[in-house]
Write a protein that binds this ligand. Structure first.
Ligand code: S3P
Ligand code: PEP
Length: 427
């Protein structure tokens, strides 16, 4: 992908469907009774991996563009897969699916790409084993391939050491077919799409502080799901608008679940304004149109409870910080080291190639701004969010920037290059 320096961005646009919600809609639809119709589905590579895994277990799923129909088979209608389930690049697929497979009275094997093979899985396998699932894998179940033989689970009260929606969701899904109650307590609140969508499918989910509890033996009932636009995708466009003077954007139908809107809080703390217009609720999820206009920003400190609310946006926040006045400090974000790439190291190295003043720390980044970036040859390193962050950085860099391995962007934002060029005005 080639990106030239831009003067500004402007327009009224929509971003593809929310990735977290799209995965869950397919998974919950597959184990529900009845037919689930999904609109606004994200047809990105990760969510397509989720569809394929359930098709391998005999679930009939059809897709036309962003409309998906899932013919639910109930909790025990899945077939033992004849082949290895391939999760591709998707952490959400492998971790949430493990929670469902832990309830199934058959054997399954999960594997993904080179990136998945480096990501930690014991955070999910440890509680699922405590519930009674038999799980094995490389390095005692820390890494793929994973093998799961489920069934006969009992509920647990689990205190998770990480604020991870993938961990929480896997345990809650297993808990729905375990004897007694299952609860998960997190150190900080992570995204709550599972809790909201389970309720939409008729499940009783109890929340008390940082503890979520479900009772075993509950069935899901199919329903229609309308997926809002992904705020994690919108974040790239928002950042562009606050880097290029004169920019103005409206991004329609964006999910604004408070567990996901840390990026909006950061923009405001840096001196920007984001107007939420046309606010409404789609299947338990708040949705709004985001209206932004350029304003010069200042550096900020980003830490603590804010981090899980913007974890996937940190690469592009680092880009934004290169154009803000003063120092931006990001702390408590060590989870970034175990994403598709080590995102602390990767963004520091790739932005460094454009001349950014960015220093990686053990759990975050320190960025000085404003700095005039210069076009260069960069690489997504197979990480969709790094690829898009570098494309946004390129808009503020002199000359032209080349992003190698930009196909990775299809994991979460198919059509990104076309959308970006449709809103960009060159000098
Ligand atoms: O549950 C989800 O849909 C996700 C949870 C987050 O991961 P963790 O649960 O590892 O924090 C996030 O980074 C990922 O993109 C999607
Ligand atoms: C970390 C991400 O996704 P996953 O964990 O599902 O691979 C992401 O989309 O940035």
């Amino acid at each position: 992908m080639q990106v030239k320096q831009a003067k500004k961005v402007s327009g009224v646009v929509r971003v593809p469907g929310d990735k977290s919600i799209s995965h869950r809609a397919v998974m919950f639809g597959a184990i529900a009774e009845g037919t689930t119709r999904i609109s606004g589905f994200l047809a990105g590579a990760d969510c397509l991996s989720t569809i394929r895994c359930f098709q391998q277990m005999g679930v009939k799923i059809t897709r036309q563009g962003d409309e998906v129909t899932v013919e639910g088979k109930g909790w025990y209608g899945l077939n033992e897969p004849a082949e290895v389930l391939d999760v591709g690049n998707s952490g959400t697929t492998i971790r949430l699916l493990s929670g469902i497979l832990a309830t199934q009275p058959f054997h399954s094997v999960l594997q993904g790409d080179e990136s998945i093979a480096r990501r930690p899985m014991r955070r999910v396998m440890t509680p699922l084993r405590q519930m009674g699932a038999r799980i094995d894998g490389r390095k005692e179940g820390e890494y793929t391939p994973l093998s799961i033989r489920g069934g006969d689970l009992h509920g647990i009260a689990y205190a998770s050491p990480v604020a991870s929606a993938q961990v929480k969701s896997a345990i809650l899904l297993a808990g729905l077919q375990a004897a007694g109650d299952t609860s998960v307590t997190e150190p900080m609140r992570s995204r709550d799409h599972t809790e909201r969508m389970l309720r939409a499918f008729g499940i009783d989910v109890r929340q008390e502080g940082l503890t979520v509890t479900v009772q075993g033996g509950q069935q899901l009932t199919a329903r229609e799901i309308e997926v809002p636009g992904d705020i994690s995708s919108a974040a790239f466009l928002l950042a562009a608008a606050f880097m290029l003077p004169g920019s103005e954007l409206v991004i329609q139908n964006v999910g604004v679940n408070p567990t996901r809107t840390g990026i909006l809080d950061v923009i405001r703390a840096m001196g920007g304004e984001v107007r939420l217009e046309n606010e409404r609720i789609w299947n338990e999820e708040p949705v709004a149109d985001l209206h932004v206009a350029y304003r010069p920003l200042n550096g900020a400190v980003i830490e603590g409870e804010l981090i899980p609310r913007l974890i996937d946006e940190i690469p592009v926040i680092a880009v934004l910080a290169t154009q803000a006045t003063g120092r931006t400090i990001i702390r408590d974000a060590q989870e970034l080291r175990v994403k598709e790439t080590d995102r602390i190291a990767t963004i520091a190295e790739e932005l460094g190639k454009l001349g950014a003043q960015i220093t990686p720390t053990e759990d975050g980044l320190i960025i000085e701004g404003p700095v005039q970036l210069q076009g260069a040859l960069t690489d997504s390193r197979g990480d969709h969010r790094i690829g898009m962050a570098m494309a946004v950085a390129a808009l503020a860099a002199t000359g032209e920037t080349t992003i190698a391995d930009a196909e990775a962007i299809n994991v979460s934002f198919p059509g990104f290059a076309e959308l970006l060029s449709s809103i960009t005005e060159h000098a």
